[in-house]
Structures are given as C-alpha cells and as structure tokens.
Design a protein around this ligand. Structure first.
Ligand code: C5P
Length: 236
C-alpha cells in the first residue's frame, strides 16, 4: 500500500532548506503537522542524516526526502528501501536513471504494507533548451518532461516533480491519480527570490497540482505559521 493519506491532508509541503537540524527543528516546531508536510533536501540530510527525519516524524510531520537519486538500479533501489524503512512519506529519484532503475525501486518495495510515494524528477526546472542540447538532448524541455513522465508512470511510480507550468499538459496526458508535485510556488504578495516561472498556490492547485512545495514564503516570514495559514485560507 502506498503511504498516500499520510498524517496531514494538506497539499502544502514546507521546504526545510537549512544547514542544521537545530534550525530545521526550530522552524518545524513553529508549524502544525496537521496543516503541512515538510521536505528535507540534500543540504540538511547531508549535514544531519537520518536523525533529523526521525525528529521531524516525532513532531508529527510527514517527511518528503528530496534526494533525487540517480545511479545504477540496485544502488537506487537500496537507497529507496532505506528511506522506506525510515518511514518517509515521499522520496524521489531522477527519471533520467531510466525504466530499470525505477522498476527496481518499485520491486524492492513491493512487499511493504505501507511504502513511500515514489516520485521522479523529469527535467530540472533550472534547465533550458540550450542546457539540454549541451548534454546531448536536442529537444524542447516540455517534450522531454512528457517523455520522462510517461516512463515514470509505466515504471510503476506514483508521480513526478514538475514546474507549475507543466501541470496542465501533464494532467492532460498522465493517468488519473498520477501525483504532480510542484515547487516554484509564490503567494500573491511574496518576494520571488530566485524563482522565475512561478504560480500562486491557488493557480497551481486549480491547474491540477497535488502537492505544493513552498520554502521561503513560509520559512522566511516573520510569522511562518500565519504565512502558512494565509496560504491555506487562499486555497479554501
Ligand atoms: O524557497 P522556495 O519556495 O523557492 O523553495 C522551493 C524548494 O523546492 C527548494 O527546496 C528547492 O530546492 C526545491 N525545488 C525547486 N525547483 C525545482 C525543484 C525543487 O525550487 N525545480
């Protein structure tokens, strides 16, 4: 069974982009696990390891472990199994690792009663057409996104990370229930930071996104809990 329901019904996943568990836990303790989930990325996990996941779970949070694994099938399947054993709610890989890498993950977790949502990154939103051409992919980014999303679904994964602007074309082509996880979300009033092609939370959900990854508009707010509540109110 896929760990879909989780502990929170909220679509908001707060990115805890910190160097230390002290900072990450201080932020988490200001948030309500009924109102959001949290994302642990490479920086925090590299600095602090599994203990920070355990502590966030003890506070009641569903954890998205954003490691974007990309390696040979056995190595990635083994890493995903460790993540599943830690009880994370969602974990991701790079779809560019291919069908055998993704099916190895699904097969390795086949006997779990509750497994994490398995999500793939298609094309990094930082990559433009010229960047793809430089790595030998002379293709429009959206064509590559669609190709890798199809491969992801065929491999038995549960969804993809995508830009909010890719949600509409992916919703039109992907199977019902295929999860779309979107960063680059900015409430109407927010500072854009280094994000460029952004959408508001409401626009992203209306377009068909399932989970909104939101970092700085919440974590850098004077009152993070109020910022989260304002976003949820905008969605209601
Ligand atoms: O602070 P902000 O809302 O921009 O944080 C977004 C989070 O989503 C960060 O953790 C960032 O690494 C992640 N992310 C992203 N764009 C992607 C994939 C992930 O911003 N394409």
């Amino acid at each position: 069974m896929v760990n879909e329901a989780g502990r929170s019904g909220s679509p908001v996943v707060v990115a805890l982009d910190y160097r230390s568990s002290t900072e990450a836990l201080a932020m988490a303790s200001r948030l309500d696990p009924q109102q959001c989930r949290v994302k642990v990325g490479k920086e925090l996990f590299t600095a602090e390891g599994p203990l920070v996941i355990d502590k966030l779970q003890t506070l009641g949070f569903d954890v998205f472990l954003d490691m974007k694994y990309h390696d040979i099938p056995n190595t990635v399947a083994s890493a995903v199994k460790v993540a599943a054993d830690m009880g994370v709610w969602m974990v991701n890989v790079h779809a560019a690792g291919g069908r055998r890498m993704m099916t190895a993950c699904v097969e390795r977790l086949a006997h779990y009663n509750q497994r994490p949502l398995l999500i793939a990154v298609t094309v990094l939103t930082s990559m433009e057409r010229e960047d793809l051409a430089e790595v030998g992919l002379d293709v429009d980014p959206l064509v590559q996104v669609q190709r890798l999303a199809k491969l992801t679904a065929e491999s038995g994964f549960d969804g993809v990370v995508c830009s909010a602007h890719e949600v509409v074309p992916l919703r039109a082509t992907m199977p019902t229930g295929f999860a779309l996880v979107t960063p680059g979300i900015r409430p109407i009033s927010a500072d854009l930071g280094d994000q460029r092609r952004v959408m508001t939370p409401k626009q992203a959900l209306q377009a068909g996104s399932d989970y909104l990854v939101i970092g700085r508009p919440i974590t850098q707010a004077t009152d993070p809990s109020a910022a989260l509540e304002a976003i949820l109110a905008e969605l209601a």
